[in-house]
Design a protein around this ligand. Structure first.
Ligand SMILES: [Cu+2]
Length: 140
């Protein structure tokens, strides 16, 4: 009787996406992720974007840069914040501009310590934060 599977190990709160202006092809999604048993965020997907990556922002000399990372570690029971200036889910090749008030469906892939993958559906509200559109450079 060892067929107990780990279900719903991960909860996501306060998910939001930064709104975009016309012609803008990329934006970030942010949220708070808690994994009861611990694990890592290894992927994300959304119908709203053609390409989705997990990014981190970090200082490179005097410049804030972001780069793709393979995963974000989720320590057991501790909320991990994806927020502007830190880790984020990068939505690229957007199908259409994202306007404030829209709700975007995201699916996170969380890999547990046992290697099992859990798909976590997330609803993220689009927020228009004009002031938060900071300058940053991409390294691809
Ligand atoms: Cu990014």
């Amino acid at each position: 009787m060892s067929a107990v599977s780990a279900i719903a190990q991960t909860t996501v709160k306060d998910a939001w996406v930064r709104g975009t202006v016309a012609q803008q092809k990329a934006t970030g999604a942010f949220m708070s992720i808690t994994s009861v048993a611990g694990g890592k965020l290894v992927a994300a997907a959304t119908p709203a974007a053609g390409v989705v990556e997990i990014h981190e922002m970090a200082m490179d000399g005097n410049t804030m840069r972001m780069r793709a990372v393979p995963a974000v570690a989720l320590p057991p029971g501790r909320a991990v914040e994806l927020k502007p200036g830190g880790w984020h889910v990068m939505l690229m090749d957007l199908k259409a501009p994202l306007n404030a008030g829209q709700v975007i469906d995201l699916t996170l892939t969380i890999e547990g310590a046992d290697g099992k993958r859990e798909l976590v559906p997330v609803k993220a509200e689009v927020k228009a934060l004009a002031a938060a559109r900071e300058q940053h450079q991409h390294q691809h």
